[in-house]
Write a protein that binds this ligand. Structure first.
Ligand code: NAD
Ligand code: UDP
Ligand code: UDP
Length: 319
């Protein structure tokens, strides 16, 4: 029997959140999307606004929120370095006060709650690839700390609400995710490279481009998040969600140039402070517990993302 639920998605107007809202509506649930539109946009959810089971609330999760729901996906938090470093104090507040408020809400209404944590909790890792048991190597006082430590503290809060108040929690550690609806100016490597390639501008490689990342297509990620939410109450995580394919930034640049047929050249720029050298998830737990693994290969996902940015840059999406 299919039971429809009332689901709260914080950060629902953002890149990942908007796909999550979409899939939840497709599954017949009532969705409340809460977002302060810091990095999210109405454009991301404009196709959902008229849906009878969809409600958008402009609200900042650092303030209390009183709604009645069965499940909460706590996605609110800027994810790209440019945006989370724009107002670092607000970033920490969003992760920490936001988590406290959403956990308080979950406690009051006895809702199941999932936290969008991140591979950044592993910092610049000396264990490779990264299993969930690894505690990480994070600088507590650097420019990335507002995000990394905020997310680590949010995980602590989730586990303390679980231990202290027996809340039903799920913690997902999300690795780099990409796809259509990424913010064109958010400075992330996939959006930067694609936009630069499409405009014929030089591709900005930070450092020597030998650092690695694992890129997960957004549809795969959202399936993982919903799969995790659907697990039994004994599954609390943390669980890595990401695509274990590992690429250097030079390889990524090459692939984007090839797929766009661009004449862009490479331009080397300084490596940002504390930039992790390598990142690749161990996803054995996700496979065993959720029965999940990514299906979309990087080339295929990049192709779809390139088509989106091509439309966006030629203004076909606003037509
Ligand atoms: P995004 O910036 O597109 O989405 C975040 C959303 O949260 C935006 O819509 C933003 O307006 C909203 N928001 C920010 N602060 C808020 C606040 N105080 N109150 C209410 N809303 C607020 O980023 P995304 O890539 O969709 O990331 C979604 C979540 O997934 C984030 O929590 C992020 O940390 C996590 N995550 C993302 C990635 C990735 O590669 N995209 C990787 C790891 C973790
Ligand atoms: N909270 C909320 N919505 C609710 C219930 C609580 O936003 O429906 C907030 C509330 O403002 C509080 C926080 O969640 O500051 C933590 O709640 P909890 O009950 O854990 O702690 P307390 O209220 O005792 O501080
Ligand atoms: N990067 C790059 N050129 C860019 C943007 C990013 O070489 O124009 C590098 C960045 O230094 C990092 C990797 O790409 O090593 C991923 O960066 P992103 O900001 O996308 O994600 P994160 O660092 O949070 O994993």
């Amino acid at each position: 029997m299919h039971l429809s639920k009332r689901v709260l998605v914080t950060g629902g107007a953002g890149f990942i959140g908007s796909y999550l809202c979409e899939r939840l509506l497709e599954d017949g649930h009532d969705v409340i999307c809460v977002d302060n539109l810091f990095t999210g946009t109405r454009m991301n959810i404009r196709h959902l606004l008229d849906h009878r089971n969809f409600e958008f609330m402009r609200h900042d999760v650092t303030f209390p929120l009183y709604v009645e729901v069965d499940e909460i996906y706590n996605m609110a938090c800027p994810a790209s370095p440019i945006h989370y470093q724009f107002d670092p104090v607000q970033t920490t507040k969003t992760s920490v006060h936001g988590a406290i408020n959403m956990l308080g809400l979950a406690k009051r209404v006895r809702a199941k709650i999932l936290q969008a944590s991140t591979s950044e909790v592993y910092g610049d890792p000396e264990v490779h690839p990264q299993p969930e048991e690894y505690w990480g190597r994070v600088n507590p006082i650097g420019p990335r700390s507002c995000y990394d430590e905020g997310k680590r503290c949010a995980e602590t809060l989730f586990f303390d609400y679980w231990r202290q108040h027996q809340l039903r929690i799920k913690v997902a550690r999300i690795f780099n995710t990409y796809g259509p609806r990424m913010h064109p100016n958010d400075g992330r490597v996939v959006s930067n490279f694609i936009v630069q390639a499409l405009r014929g501008e030089p591709i900005s490689i930070y450092g020597e481009g030998q650092q690695t990342r694992s890129f997960c297509y957004v549809d795969d990620l959202v399936a993982g998040l919903m799969g995790l939410m659907a697990t039994g109450d004994d599954v609390i995580g943390p669980i890595n969600l990401g695509n274990p394919g590992e690429f250097t930034m030079l390889e990524l640049a090459q692939m984007v140039i090839e797929l766009t047929g661009s004449s862009s050249t490479l331009e080397f720029k300084p490596l940002p402070t504390d930039d992790p050298k390598q990142r690749k998830p161990v996803i054995t737990k996700a496979k065993e517990v959720i029965g999940w693994e990514p299906k979309v290969a990087l080339k295929e996902g990049l192709g779809k993302t390139i088509r989106y940015f091509d439309d966006l840059l030629s203004d076909r999406l606003n037509a």
